[in-house]
Design a protein around this ligand. Sequence first.
Ligand code: ADP
Ligand code: ASP
Ligand code: MG
Length: 452
Amino acid sequence: MVILHTFTKIRKYMLVQKFGGTSVGSAERIKEVARLIHTGQPKIVVLSAMSGTTNSLVEIAGYLYKKNHEGANEAILNLEEKYHTVIDELFESDAYKAKGRELIQSHFTYIKAFTQDMFTLFEEKAILAQGELLSTALMHYYLSEQHIDSVLVPALNFMRTDKDGEPDLFYIKENLQREIENNPGHHIYVTQGYISRNAFGEIDNLKRGGSDYSASLIGAAIQAEEIQIWTDIDGMHNNDPRVVDNTHPIATLSFDEAAELAYFGAKILHPASVQPAKIANIPVRLKNTMQPEAAGTLIGNKSEGKGIKAIAAKDDITAIKIKSGRMLLAHGFMRKVFEIFETYKTSIDMITTSEVAVSVTIDDTRYLNDIVEELKKYGTVEVDQNLSIVCVVGDFIAESKGYALKIFQALENISIRMISYGGSKHNVSLLVNTADKKEALVSLNQNLFEHV
Ligand code: ADP
Ligand code: ASP
Ligand code: MG
């Protein structure tokens, strides 16, 4: 009880600050992040791996699966070399340069050991964890060389998923609190994003881009004052800046709007990362490390502004159509269809029905063949791939008149495979061929934001 009470006092004004791969992508960037976190306010700093590292580790694991030891060794040495350059540029004193070299040696000796053994998913996860372990240790050393006090809190001691692969919130909360209470009186607690343990205690991760999810789970676990996601752009933009020119940051978004955008492809946030913050009602602020003075985006429980706010797109979508004139309107048919997806733990993103057919979309195709085989019991089944969901997000109830027209006008030259409108007041989703995605996003941008 006493311990919990102390913790309640600490967490009241605690921040969570997450810095992504580009934000810690070089010695220079690590120094800049150190300046941004050294504010005096108590915080948990969540770091991604330095940019490019996780991709390299994925590549190394790929070589090891194929038993291409030469390829793996070359990729490992290249990555190790990059870290030696970082050490040279990051630390001032010989003592810290030596500590940095030792750190790198220990992680790379660990990675190299896998080239001799059998390689399974377990070894892959262990390799993928090295990026965040390295970046956080480097930050901790750099802070300490600068005489800035910090504590390294291992995420593998508290971040955990359950047997369904979902975060085990109770475990995370208990164990994170314990980690902090065992190290009282510090202002900066540094931990790894992305990495976790699974229900068996093995090293695992929260999937690519998962550091945002870590930050949100940590924020919820400590009831943080705010969760800040620091990245390489000045907030959530109104369209995908990788595809469309003339996008702009959105000042405020509701949790639901942000969750829809993240889920439907706005890469700035991991698809699941809004949910824990929303449930705990903790504001999420998106900030630009390269331009800290920019306002960014504040995500909270209020939606400000009316009408259409943003567009996102999610690729690699598969549509499945089940055609069954005889059975579709019979009650119980939909349940049977959904049960098949449930059995194979495959979630459905979009759904549309007609009198003779039902179409759904999925993004996880691991069990596609099994699902299709089972669905065939209920009618003819057609599968379409290489599709993208274009998702238009905003407050459609407030001023919904005319928006549908603008959306469809923008897409007049694009064939639309499915439409979902009215599922929530925040979202209109359209399924198009991925080949048409860019044209759809550009044209929607012009019709919805540029000619208003
Ligand atoms: P980090 O490494 O910091 O996690 P990410 O690369 O995962 O950064 O996310 C930031 C990137 O997300 C931006 O550089 C931008 O290209 C991309 N992005 C995609 N859609 C959006 C959007 N709607 N608003 C802002 N950024 C977006
Ligand atoms: N390093 C991991 C990745 O590149 C996690 C993250 O950056 O969020 O996917
Ligand atoms: Mg990211």
